[in-house]
Ligand binder design. Structure first.
Ligand SMILES: NC(=O)c1ccc[n+]([C@@H]2O[C@H](COP(=O)([O-])OP(=O)(O)OC[C@H]3O[C@@H](n4cnc5c(N)ncnc54)[C@H](OP(=O)(O)O)[C@@H]3O)[C@@H](O)[C@H]2O)c1
Length: 343
């Protein structure tokens, strides 16, 4: 391992215990000095510049995410920084000195710390002109949006329903869809979110609490022949959307913001209208995407980020020591943008 004057301890946000109650989980977070873990085979050490807070981090500290870690854990799945040391594997060593967007491993410490040890394959070398707050959010949502848009492109469909359309993923999919001339039906849950989208000249915007939501969605879906939907909410909404879609409609569930099991799907729609529900998970997509294809995708992504076509709105920046204040602000208005944590 190549290593020059590295500290042996780091400041990190620690989660001592999972708690389904998000407030209790959040106020339980502590900032402590802990030992920097040893670099394992094919791994690198990243000196973190910034990390973000996503819905997956919120679900993680509650203990309701698909990944659970040994406690105390360091939360945070993505961020960016400089690679300062590496295992003596050639691909890992090549990253030394490089600025990277990085993803935490599913069994190691997370990104809300001064340093991150992660697999070299969890790092994307980033162009100098991508700002830190964008690089810190480059892995999870932008790649998910590109992967979901690839599903639409391969299906040949020209219309799409998005639930939780005011989310960052929703924004990014809208931006990508414009280039492909794909019509979007945007489902949001609040009046101000609908207003914002209408001010952005979105033709189809519908609020999930509207009295006549089911019928309105059904008529919009019929008018646009929307046979594909992306749902990040789950619960009864998944059923409502699928039931409103025309025959052969498919819904991809990629988030569980409602915290509720999927429900309300008409059995008859599945049997007689050939409708399908399936899931998308970025981690599986990363595992199944070949290295050369991944390189092309991330190069294209950086071009989109440089042109501003893919951009993550950021509502605030906090020091790790203010992690609770930062999370409170994010949870108070997730649509307003991401929170960036800096060491
Ligand atoms: N499967 C994967 O691999 C993958 C990858 C990336 C992202 N995701 C998922 O994508 C979703 C969006 O992530 P993001 O980072 O783009 O989110 P975000 O912009 O940071 O914020 C969440 C958005 O969802 C809305 N929302 C929250 N709870 C909701 C509910 N119960 N019903 C309807 N809307 C709700 C929020 O609206 P308010 O402002 O009204 O709260 C906000 O607009 C999340 O579920 C995330 O886990 C999944």
């Amino acid at each position: 391992m190549k290593q020059t004057e590295l500290p042996i301890t780091m400041k990190a946000v620690l989660l001592p215990a999972y708690n389904q109650n998000v407030i209790r989980a959040m106020v339980g977070l502590k900032v402590n000095d802990i030992a920097i873990p040893a670099i394992q085979r094919k791994q690198v050490l990243v000196k973190m510049e910034a990390a973000t807070c996503n819905p997956s981090d919120v679900a993680f500290i509650r203990g309701v995410y698909g990944i659970k870690k040994n406690l105390p854990a360091i939360p945070g799945f993505e961020g960016c920084g400089i690679v300062v040391a590496a295992d003596n594997h050639p691909a890992a060593e090549m990253l030394i000195g490089k600025r990277v967007s990085c993803l935490a491993t599913s069994d190691g410490y997370g990104t809300w710390a001064e340093y991150l040890v992660t697999d070299y394959s969890n790092c994307i070398e980033i162009n100098k002109n991508i700002p830190t707050n964008q690089a810190a959010c480059m892995f999870v949502n932008p790649l998910t949006s590109l992967a979901l848009m690839d599903i639409v492109k391969k299906s040949g469909r020209k219309s799409l329903i998005i639930n939780a359309a005011a989310s960052k993923v929703g924004q990014m999919i809208r931006s990508l869809a414009k280039k492909e001339d794909i019509t979007i039906i945007n489902i949001v849950r609040r009046e101000e979110q609908a207003e914002k989208l209408m001010n952005e000249h979105e033709k189809y915007v519908i609020i999930s609490t509207d009295e006549d939501f089911d019928n309105k969605l059904k008529s919009m879906a019929a008018e646009t022949n929307a046979l594909m939907a992306f749902d990040a909410v789950g619960g009864e909404m998944t059923g409502k959307i699928l039931n409103a879609m025309p025959e052969s409609g498919k819904i991809v569930v990629y988030g569980g913001l409602s915290g509720e099991p999927i429900g309300g799907i008409s059995t008859l729609e599945i049997i007689y209208k050939k409708k399908i529900v399936y899931g998308f998970n970025l981690m599986d997509w990363l595992k199944t995407t070949e290295t050369s294809a991944f390189k092309h995708i991330t190069d294209d992504l950086q071009t989109l980020m440089e042109s501003g076509e893919i951009k993550t709105e950021v509502q605030g920046q906090f020091n790790f020591t203010d992690v609770i204040a930062g999370m409170k602000q994010y949870l108070g208005n997730m649509s307003a943008g991401k929170i960036i944590f800096c060491p």
